[in-house]
Design a protein around this ligand. Structure first.
Ligand SMILES: Nc1ncnc2c1ncn2[C@@H]1O[C@H](COP(=O)(O)OP(=O)(O)OP(=O)(O)O)[C@@H](O)[C@H]1O
Length: 235
């Protein structure tokens, strides 16, 4: 189970005005850290729901999720928050940067209430440098381009040393050049630094460049294609 996320018969219902939306319906999946994985599918098919369950932002209605060795579906809220801090970085289509904080402060944000054994500011600076944004540390989000804002958001997602990055349409608001930079960054994090990456995308060209494409429709997996050999991680 090391380096593996397993969904065992996972369903998610959203109750509404007398109607229940079945966002996910008995999904079984096993996702390996070394395999750069794309999730595709039409709008409303359940992709974001899948990511929010894997990232423990929400709980399934039924079924179990094993995150590496741990069943996360039973954890209480405090344990879930710690689990997310230790394991997961999130990136979203809307960058969700805090507008009144500088790039550096935004990157440091997840560490504000945490005790860590590394120097917070140095760690944030190191990541901004890695993202090619060293000279933008004091800029506010409004003074940055979309691509630069997303790179700040990626630095923020990485600042607490997560093992996995869950990315929901991270290039959806970017032009093709910025989109390529962000995608290549994610690929490098997977191939060179060994982070697990699950990427939701509507862009078929980007999906084609990943190792595996999981296609979702109406809350179920309708295809699952391994596109190229990857390092196979042991169970
Ligand atoms: N909090 C919620 N309450 C009620 N229904 C919801 C909620 N979140 C999602 N849904 C419904 O669940 C279904 C799946 O939504 P989800 O956001 O997972 O789809 P998606 O594939 O990510 O769509 P998109 O590509 O448009 O982002 C949709 O029918 C949606 O309307």
């Amino acid at each position: 189970m090391k380096d593996l996320i397993v969904l065992d018969n996972v369903s998610k219902d959203y109750p509404g005005d007398g109607v229940i939306t079945k966002a996910l319906d008995s999904v079984n999946l096993s996702i390996e850290k070394g395999v750069f994985t794309a999730v595709i599918g039409p709008s409303g098919s359940g992709k974001s729901t899948l990511l929010s369950l894997i990232g423990a932002l929400d709980k399934p209605t039924s079924g179990k999720i094993y995150f590496e060795r741990e069943v996360i579906t039973n954890l209480n809220n405090r344990k879930l928050a710690n689990f997310r801090f230790e394991k997961i970085g999130f990136i979203f289509q809307q960058f969700h940067l805090l507008p009144t904080l500088t790039a550096l402060e935004n990157v440091m944000c997840p560490l504000f209430t945490r005790k860590v054994d590394y120097h917070k500011k140095e760690r944030a600076m190191e990541l901004l440098d890695e993202m090619g944004l060293k000279d933008k540390q004091n800029a506010l989000p409004s003074q940055l381009s979309g691509g630069q804002q997303q790179r700040v958001a990626i630095a923020r997602a990485l600042v607490h040393h997560p093992d996995w990055i869950l990315a929901d349409e991270p290039t959806g608001n970017l032009d093709s050049e910025s989109s390529k930079i962000v995608f290549d960054l994610l690929k490098r994090l997977n191939k060179e630094q060994g982070l697990g990456i699950i990427l939701i995308t509507h862009d078929p060209d980007l999906a084609k460049q990943t190792d595996r494409i999981i296609e979702i429709k109406d809350g179920t997996v309708i295809s699952d294609t391994m596109q190229r050999d990857s390092k196979i991680v042991g169970l």
